[in-house]
Design a protein around this ligand. Structure first.
Ligand code: PGA
Length: 224
């Protein structure tokens, strides 16, 4: 069965203690969710990756982890950076090219390309975010998340993209990227997630705001 992918992007939210609490609460609630048809990936901030990893192992939860960013260099003298080898100790995935990184940290397509290369060298699965149908999709990207900046709840107008428009964009980008999985992200929540059910190329969702509380995340997962 092709599982739907649900990526929880926590952005710069949650302390280590809060991250642990989230995983503990999720463990209590997750029995209400059908896990056979889903792949759940949580992307905490760097300091929380280790505690989330250990809690997932301890509680035997079928959840994978992603980092939200990666250094564009391998190990070395790059103050403040976290490289692919360091991420791979705790996570299997990495999100690269999010519009917040482009807008606030001036990340370029060249940076995205280097990051994808570093991620692949470290054995990470790449979730590359693109902002529109003309965005460059890098060969190393395994999963492509289409997130129009205006649709992001805290960024633009916070209006989720129309499902017909997502269909169009997915058809266009899958002409060249047939083997890659396609996700949609931007204001996805438990009330609107069903409206994307008819998009047959949609392999899942990148979820920000609605993934921050265990009950709203479970609510969203339960719709599928
Ligand atoms: P949102 O964020 O679900 O809060 O719109 C999505 C994202 O930016 O990844």
């Amino acid at each position: 069965m092709n599982k739907k992918i649900f990526v929880a992007n926590w952005k710069s939210h949650k302390t280590v203690a809060e991250s642990y609490d989230f995983i503990s609460q999720l463990r209590e609630m997750i029995s209400t969710v059908n896990l056979d048809n889903k792949e759940i990936i949580i992307a905490p901030s760097f300091p929380s990756l280790m505690v989330c990893h250990d809690a997932i192992v301890k509680f035997l939860l079928p959840i994978k982890l992603a980092a939200q960013n990666i250094s564009s260099f391998a190990e070395g003298a790059y103050t403040g950076e976290v490289n692919g080898k360091q991420i791979k100790e705790f996570a299997d995935y990495v999100i690269i090219g999010h519009s917040e990184r482009k807008r606030y940290y001036h990340e370029t397509e060249g940076d995205v390309e280097s990051k994808v290369k570093e991620a692949k060298d470290a054995g990470l699965t790449v979730i590359q975010c693109i902002q529109d149908q003309n965005s460059q999709i890098h060969g190393g990207a395994d999963v492509v998340a289409y997130e129009p900046p205006n649709a992001i709840s805290t960024f633009g107008v916070g209006e989720p993209e129309n499902p017909d428009r997502i269909k169009e964009v997915f058809s266009k980008i899958s002409e060249d990227t047939n083997e890659k999985k396609l996700l949609y992200g931007g204001s996805v929540d438990s009330k609107n997630i069903k409206s994307y059910a008819e998009i047959d190329k949609c392999s899942g969702f990148l979820i920000g705001g609605a993934s921050l509380k265990p009950d709203s995340f479970i609510d969203l997962l339960s719709q599928w």
